[in-house]
Write a protein that binds this ligand. Sequence first.
Ligand code: SF4
Length: 87
Amino acid sequence: MTSFLSTNWREAAACRFEDPELFFPLGEDGPSLRQIEQARAVCHRCPVMRACGAWALRHGESDGVWGAMTAGERRSLRLDRLPRRAP
Ligand code: SF4
């Protein structure tokens, strides 16, 4: 069983045989959108997508597509988990 805490999940990663640059677009809009969608397509057929995304969130990975999430999406998720300040 793949643990969300270990890094053994990398051995089953669908991106092992892909060009790593596919997962590191220069931005998150404009011409980068097509690249992001191609990376997501690989992630969506990856057997360890959840473990990968959890690892990236836990380690604050600030660049690239991990677990089908862009850096901006992960940042938004982390901010959503922060306690809200009183107005
Ligand atoms: S979810 Fe995507 S980035 Fe993560 S291991 Fe799988 S293919 Fe690679």
